[in-house]
Design a protein around this ligand. Structure first.
Ligand code: PLP
Length: 401
């Protein structure tokens, strides 16, 4: 965004303050190269490459034909609120009533609404980093101050209650946890979640628990510790979730917030004066996704585990690259520091040359507050992953010689 131009044109301070990710230019360059006919192996993607399962699509089509084409309540279809609550009951053994669920236009809007409803000017929100950039921007848009807490590669990027505890002050309004993490794939251990739940009660802050990638976890099922955390934290635990990744529904834009009724009602009030509701047929599709057959989710998680196993082993074997094995999601976070030099001083520079010379797109770590790293999405077919890792290895080998 041209900030000065924006000021002259009358843009608000809020709009002018939005950080546009330095990686956007690279995504645009990758798109341009594709249009020019170059084969680009695009590992910058943040969405499954599989199509939405056909029974979910059929439910949307049936809803349209049945005339379900009008507004829904601002908090979402009652059937969908109930379906979301039931899914968490079954998958996480955690219980929220339908009145404690609001539907949103994707996890992004859910997070935006939660921040708008909870955060006042000057409030601090603790965010473990490396982090998904939207977390910090959502906090800033609400007038709050993101407080970043470093998770270290030496500790497998684990977010610990101890590290978070050191960042809590009397101004802390919330802590954002993203497990499994985008971009590191690290999971918050159940013991740390429980310790944070106790801390939230004691120090009066809310845990915003983003479980976007939870159903694509590679550990044993049912170990998130969400139930125990809810028992301890009560109203101070808010879950932000989405149908996007679990059901290959990124374009349908269905997400949710689970939390105390007063927060859910505030989110619905914000929605009622802005977007009213997510598309009604998409909500009906989400009802089918959540209440219908779940073997599609298990198959997806299995496929991502297969890809993770391959790509992690292959990347870790590239000289000068280290990489923690992700416990969930579909990202690998590569440490490329050994390849930085005067000629290529940043991972932005590496990313841009890798794209031009090898046709491979990664997301440089600068966008996640982690210079020296790059994110590789393995939400791409195996043959592309094989070819892509070979190209990355050849490019990095060339830098060293
Ligand atoms: N949370 C995290 C950590 C994400 O990576 C994403 C998407 O990439 C989202 C939330 C939101 O996804 P959506 O708005 O598609 O539901």
């Amino acid at each position: 965004m041209s900030r000065n131009g924006g000021a002259a044109g009358g843009l608000s301070r809020r709009a002018r303050a939005i950080e546009v990710s330095p990686t956007v230019a690279m995504a645009q360059r990758a798109a341009t190269l594709k249009v020019q006919g170059r084969r680009i192996l695009d590992f910058s993607v943040g969405e499954p490459d599989q199509a939405t399962p056909s029974h979910i699509v059929a439910a949307a089509v049936a809803a349209l034909h049945a005339g379900k084409t009008r507004y829904t309540p601002a908090a979402g279809l009652p059937e969908l609120r109930a379906a979301i609550a039931k899914r968490y009951e079954e998958d996480d053994d955690v219980s929220f009533t339908p009145a404690e669920v609001a539907v949103a236009i994707g996890g992004k809007q859910a997070l935006y609404l939660a921040c708008q409803a909870l955060v006042d000017r000057g409030d601090e929100v603790v965010i473990p980093t490396p982090h998904w950039p939207t977390f910090a921007e959502c906090v800033r848009l609400a007038g709050g101050k993101p407080v970043l807490v470093q998770a270290r590669e030496a500790n497998a990027f684990k977010v610990t209650a101890r590290a978070i505890g050191r960042a809590i002050t009397s101004r802390t309004k919330a802590v954002i946890l993203n497990t499994p993490s985008n971009p590191t794939g690290a999971v918050v251990d159940a013991a740390d979640l429980l310790a944070l739940a106790e801390m939230a009660q004691r120090r009066h802050f809310t845990i915003l628990y983003d479980d976007t990638y939870a159903r694509l976890g590679f550990g044993a099922a049912g170990e998130t510790g969400l139930r125990a955390a809810r028992e301890v934290a009560g109203d101070r635990l808010v879950v932000i979730g989405t149908a996007s990744k679990t059901y290959c529904m990124t374009g349908w834009r269905i997400g949710w917030i689970l939390g105390p009724k007063w927060l859910v009602d505030a989110c619905a009030a914000l929605v009622s004066h802005s977007t009213q509701c997510p598309a009604t047929f998409a909500q009906w599709a989400a009802v089918e996704a959540l209440t219908g057959r779940q073997d599609v989710v298990r198959a997806l998680a299995e496929e991502y585990r297969r890809r993770r196993d391959f790509v992690h082993t292959a990347v870790a074997a590239v000289p000068g690259v280290t990489c923690v094995r992700p416990e969930g999601g579909f990202y690998l976070f590569l440490n490329l520091k050994a390849h930085l030099s005067r000629r290529v001083p940043t991972t932005l520079a590496i990313g841009s040359r890798l794209l031009e010379e090898q046709g491979v797109a990664l997301v440089p770590g600068e966008g996640f507050g982690a210079p020296g790293y790059a994110r590789l999405s393995f939400a791409r077919p195996m043959d592309e992953l094989r070819d892509g890792v070979a190209r990355i290895a050849s490019f990095l080998g060339g830098l060293r010689s």
